[in-house]
Design a protein around this ligand. Structure first.
Ligand code: SF4
Length: 253
């Protein structure tokens, strides 16, 4: 399915828990901090309907949000941000979630790893990981978000200092959409409690010490006394892939 397919004007499936008039009045003041993750999603769906999209990279937050959206009966498109460099376990997790929740994934166009080697030289992630993330993550996301007005992402404040100020709702100049972060105030324990109680398929690499999981070349396990994302681009000063940055992309791209 193409990321640029036209969207229907109205939601095709109504929420199982429709927003009441009282809630609309209460939510009108925009006090998102006081809302539960479920209510942030319900508010966003009431506001943006089929112009709301969820992105997944098959970490534990993806498991939570896919389940939550399903439980709430929200007809939200799911975009897979696949760099073609994920672990086998991440792809297996994707298949289990697709099967359980009947997901139809939207997959943005991305150049193959071989083509990237040809254009940029081998192993760009070793020489210029910002450029590599831009090609394999940011550019595909920019394309994927074109048809939408709001983007649901699973980032959380306690994942790293660089995410500690994450609001639950935020305008993104870079992508031209509202960013919705229903799990912003969840900690790692709460994520696992939700997954366990609801018996949601999750990435088995988390149990092998990979508390944060990205591409194979840039991910190592993380000790409990480290920050959750310490295993990403370990040994470099890179902290983020750039997906959640508002800074201009590298190389003007
Ligand atoms: Fe490239 Fe590493 Fe970024 Fe993946 S995480 S896109 S391999 S630099």
């Amino acid at each position: 399915m193409s990321a640029s397919r036209p969207l229907p004007d109205e939601p095709t499936v109504g929420p199982l828990h429709p927003v009441t008039t009282l809630e609309r009045e209460r939510w009108a003041d925009g006090d998102f901090e006081a809302m539960s993750a479920e209510d942030v999603l319900r508010w966003a769906y009431a506001e943006y309907g089929r112009k709301l999209v969820l992105t997944c990279s098959w970490q534990k937050q993806s498991s939570v949000l896919v389940h939550m959206v399903s439980e709430l009966g929200l007809d939200v498109d799911v975009v897979e941000l696949d760099t073609h460099l994920f672990f086998r376990e991440s792809y297996e997790t994707r298949e289990r979630l697709v099967e359980r929740y009947g997901l139809t994934l939207i997959r943005p166009e991305i150049i193959t790893v071989a083509e990237q080697h040809r254009r940029e030289g081998p192993n760009l992630w070793e020489r210029d990981p910002d450029r590599c993330c831009h090609i394999r993550k940011v550019e595909p996301l920019l394309e994927a978000l074109q048809p939408y007005d709001a983007w649901v992402s699973g980032i959380r404040r306690d994942q790293s200092p660089s995410r500690s100020g994450t609001p639950k709702v935020q305008w993104s100049e870079r992508y031209g959409v509202w960013k919705i972060h229903p799990l912003a105030d969840w900690d790692e324990k709460r994520v696992w409690a939700y997954i366990t109680v609801n018996e949601i398929p999750s990435n088995p690499l988390h149990q092998a010490g990979y508390r944060s999981i990205g591409c194979i070349p840039c991910t190592r396990p993380t000790r409990l006394d480290e920050e959750e994302r310490a295993g990403r681009w370990a040994g470099s000063d890179k902290l983020e892939c750039g997906l959640h940055s508002e800074a201009p992309p590298p190389n003007g791209g």
